[in-house]
Design a protein around this ligand. Structure first.
Ligand SMILES: NC(=O)c1ccc[n+]([C@@H]2O[C@H](COP(=O)([O-])OP(=O)(O)OC[C@H]3O[C@@H](n4cnc5c(N)ncnc54)[C@H](OP(=O)(O)O)[C@@H]3O)[C@@H](O)[C@H]2O)c1
Length: 374
């Protein structure tokens, strides 16, 4: 009896996976139907097959019309993946782009590749480890010493699921430190450069969050050291929490600025995108395990045929960074977007909780102050 049930379960899973990777559900419009039917914002723009008529609100054609010459941008985690594509396309439109990466060698290589693939704009490499508040501080000091303004700040660097608990150089949970806290402090330090609004009078800050923010702990985001320390290793919601922190941060930072501020801060989910993030997640699970090897085959197939190409995944953050006219005309402040540049309601339970927003801000300030006082 048990064998029979197991056989059925394996068969059902095999058929589901088979259908998924063949593209049949996409061709039949199953994913579009699923988005409409469930109405859950998590699914909006998840992958190309999920796009409904009207979801494609932005394109490379639109981006190609922009002239970003005379504008400057900082993109964190720009040596690869979404950050690299963002930096490449901002440069192509004429901006001066500073790649802020933790590995100087990889950063210089990326800058050379961008320079070789663009005829406009300019690019340079700088070192920034977002998990280290000291690194954030020295990077920001360098920028404040040489720049008088900044037009775009793309807070993109990030790590995904972590199987082991790891602490940053400041003794703070590594996922929280890398994805949220380092960016929080960087924004605070660079705000004086953004406040004039840059060349267009509308400086843009983008937090590259994730739809994973819908999947966080019951309390939303840790707002005390005790809560942060209590998170057990290997919990998927841990990543979701750091991404929720970014959505809350975009809203709280906006509400702390005057209503007519020249700084426009928004968050986005790039969709499920074919980047190295997936490799890193598989590494975390342990590639030597049989189940992980099977899972890796499915992931590989999905990366090829199902999810967004990196270039298309970068489009929403590019819109929020580059299109100053649309951002200021539509007065987009503290909002949340999915592919392609489609505004979506963030997690209702937590992201609109004003108390949580304020508590997270106060907690982040405390963590920064304590770490720098050590
Ligand atoms: N790919 C997706 O499906 C997906 C979905 C939702 C959200 N996102 C978000 O998109 C953003 C970009 O990720 P991706 O998909 O492009 O992944 P990726 O290819 O792994 O790129 C991540 C980038 O972040 C950098 N980074 C990691 N830790 C850092 C640190 N401490 N300091 C500075 N840079 C650091 C990496 O540098 P190294 O190369 O040196 O490690 C790399 O440049 C992340 O915030 C991620 O959470 C991605």
């Amino acid at each position: 009896m048990a064998w029979r049930v197991l056989t059925y379960v394996v068969l059902v899973i095999a058929v589901a996976v088979g259908l998924l990777v063949t593209g049949v559900p996409t061709q039949l419009g199953f994913w579009r139907w699923l988005v409409n039917c469930t109405g859950h914002p998590f699914l909006v723009g998840f992958a190309p097959g999920f796009m409904r008529p009207g979801d494609n609100q932005y394109s490379y054609e639109e981006l190609g019309k922009l002239d970003l010459s005379g504008q400057s941008a900082i993109v964190t985690g720009a040596n690869i993946g979404l950050g690299y594509e963002t930096a490449l396309h901002l440069t192509r439109q004429g901006a001066h782009v500073i790649l802020a990466c933790r590995n100087a060698g990889k950063c210089a290589d990326a800058a050379a590749r961008i320079a070789a693939n663009t005829t406009r704009g300019s690019v340079e490499a700088a070192t920034l480890d977002t998990s280290s508040l000291q690194s954030v501080r020295s990077f920001a000091e360098g920028m404040l010493a040489r720049q008088s303004t900044l037009d775009m700040l793309v807070l993109n660097a990030g790590i995904g699921f972590q199987q082991q608990k790891e602490l940053s150089a400041d003794g703070i949970d590594m996922t929280f430190a890398t994805n949220h806290l380092g960016h929080f402090h960087l924004f605070q330090l660079l705000l004086p450069l953004l406040e004039s609004g840059g060349k267009t009078g509308a400086a843009r800050v983008v937090l590259v969050s994730s739809a994973a923010h819908f999947d966080s702990f019951d309390y939303g985001v840790a707002t005390s050291v005790e809560q942060l320390t209590a998170i057990a290793p290997g919990q998927q919601m841990h990543y979701g929490m750091s991404k929720l922190a970014q959505v809350l941060f975009a809203q709280e930072a906006t509400s702390r600025l005057p209503a007519d501020s020249k700084v426009f801060i928004n968050a986005c989910h790039p969709g499920a995108v074919d980047t190295n993030l997936w490799e890193r997640v598989l590494d975390q699970f342990g590639r030597e395990k049989l189940l992980v090897r099977i899972f890796a085959l499915i992931v590989d197939r999905m990366r090829k045929d199902f999810i967004w190409r990196t270039e298309d995944g970068a489009l929403t953050q590019l819109f929020l960074a580059a299109d100053s006219a649309a951002i200021s005309t539509r007065n987009l402040r503290g909002r949340y977007f999915h592919p392609q540049a489609l505004e979506v309601a963030p997690c209702k339970k937590h992201a609109t909780n004003l108390t949580l927003q304020r508590e997270l801000w106060a907690f982040s300030e405390r963590l920064v102050a304590d770490a720098l006082a050590k």
